[in-house]
Ligand binder design. Structure first.
Ligand SMILES: *Cc1c(COP(=O)(O)O)cnc(C)c1O
Length: 397
């Protein structure tokens, strides 16, 4: 019950045990086309270019940024946690000119501040995180893409922690490139990064492609801008591979493609609305249970992610001893925190296959017992009924 990786859905593990296919086998290319169709509704898009980058979520982030951004481009990063910092780290390696608009950990950046920052620095690209698991905050994105488009900028969103758990609406948000991963709310293993690319971004990336394959001496080509400085993460080449041309690039990660396909089939089979409602119920129940124990939930309720809940470690309690007891006595893992929140909060997830009523209730009961074992006086037996009631709130409404 951490903020990811989480338990994989058994159907995903079974799908991964199927035999391997050659990457140009018509059965395999058929699965690739299915994956493109399955991920469009999950991203909330009609983008043709909706596919997988082979690698963990970070591979999707890096592929997007290295393919979109040339050295010297001004990039505005919306930074409200550790993953915003990761974007700036990757952009530094690319040689971008980085501007940031920041919020303290535990808050989000209001859209008018994003607009001000765009007006100040005239970025070519604006990059943000949707749900930053390090702070448990979800940046509101309605209207975000429109702001960027009006200023002539392309936009990028890292939705790794929210894909399959909170609504993604790439088209309604008007954003250009969105990437994810399987190991959070999609209930799969890490190792595949779903991505969607708008036509406009695909054209931009296409203009940055290598004229010939292989390394050009002159990396700055004939007035068309610098070429994409990665082979593996060259999205122009990856798109060629996923197109009808099927131009060879890397060997598609067959078992991971099976996993990504099954994750999406499970999500769409449940229904996206029902799935988002289940994550919301789990988050609501977790927060209610923690509060009934007398603990303080971290962050502004209006912007908290539904699928991971931060909670302050009570004064005088050894946070690591409680985590150890949870693991050893109950086989339940909860998360620590990073940076300014390290040692101050735990992060408790309820993602994908773990966003289930009984798992939330067991986690709360276990935490109650472990806090008691660590000498923290709390009302016993209040958390589970409070969580149960909160879970059912929506069902009754
Ligand atoms: C978990 C997470 C990642 C993880 O990337 P990996 O390469 O799969 O470890 C990236 N971004 C966000 C917002 C996350 O929550």
């Amino acid at each position: 019950m951490g903020p990811g990786p989480i338990n994989a859905h058994p159907r995903v593990l079974r799908a991964m045990s199927a035999d391997l296919l050659g990457q140009f086998d018509p059965e395999m290319t058929g699965y690739m086309n299915q994956v493109m169709a399955l991920y469009r509704p999950i991203f909330g898009t009609r983008n043709q270019w909706t596919m997988l980058v082979d690698g963990t979520a970070r591979a999707g982030i890096e592929a997007a940024l290295v393919s979109m951004v040339a050295p010297g481009d001004v990039v505005l990063v919306v930074n409200f946690g550790r993953f915003g910092l990761l974007l700036t780290e990757i952009l530094t390696r690319i040689g971008a000119v980085i501007e940031t608009v920041d919020a303290p950990w535990g808050e989000v950046v209001p859209l008018d501040r994003v607009a001000e920052a765009i007006a100040r620095c005239h970025p070519k690209i604006v990059a943000t995180i949707h749900g930053d698991t390090s702070t448990t905050m979800a940046q509101p994105l309605d209207g975000f893409g429109e702001l960027c488009r009006q200023a002539g900028a392309l936009s990028y969103v890292d939705a790794t922690a929210t894909i399959g758990g909170m609504e993604l609406a790439a088209d309604r948000w008007g954003v250009d490139v969105v990437t994810g991963g399987l190991q959070k709310c999609l209930g799969g293993p890490s190792g595949s990064a779903p991505i969607t690319i708008s036509d406009k971004a695909a054209e931009h990336i296409g203009r940055r492609r290598h004229v010939e394959q292989g390394i050009r001496r002159d990396d700055i080509a004939d007035g068309q801008g610098p070429r994409i400085r990665s082979n593996y993460f060259d999205l122009a080449m990856v798109m060629d591979y996923w197109s009808d041309k099927r131009l060879n690039h890397h060997t598609e990660a067959t078992s991971m493609l099976y996993a990504a396909r099954e994750c999406a089939r499970i999500a769409l089979g449940e229904g996206l609305e029902a799935r988002y409602a289940r994550h919301a119920a789990a988050g609501r129940a977790m927060a209610a249970g923690l509060r009934a124990m007398g603990l303080t939930v971290f962050g502004d309720d209006a912007y908290r992610m539904t699928n991971v809940t931060g909670v302050f470690i009570p004064k005088g309690v050894d946070g690591e001893a409680v985590r150890k007891a949870m693991r050893e006595q109950f086989e339940i893992e909860i998360g620590t925190a990073f940076g300014p929140l390290q040692g101050r909060i735990w992060r408790i997830g309820a993602m994908g296959y773990n966003a289930m009523k009984h798992k939330v209730l067991l986690t709360l009961a276990a935490l109650e017992a472990c806090l008691r074992m660590e000498g923290f006086a709390l009302p016993l037996g209040d958390a589970v009924p409070a969580a149960l009631e909160a879970w059912c709130q929506d069902e009754q409404a």
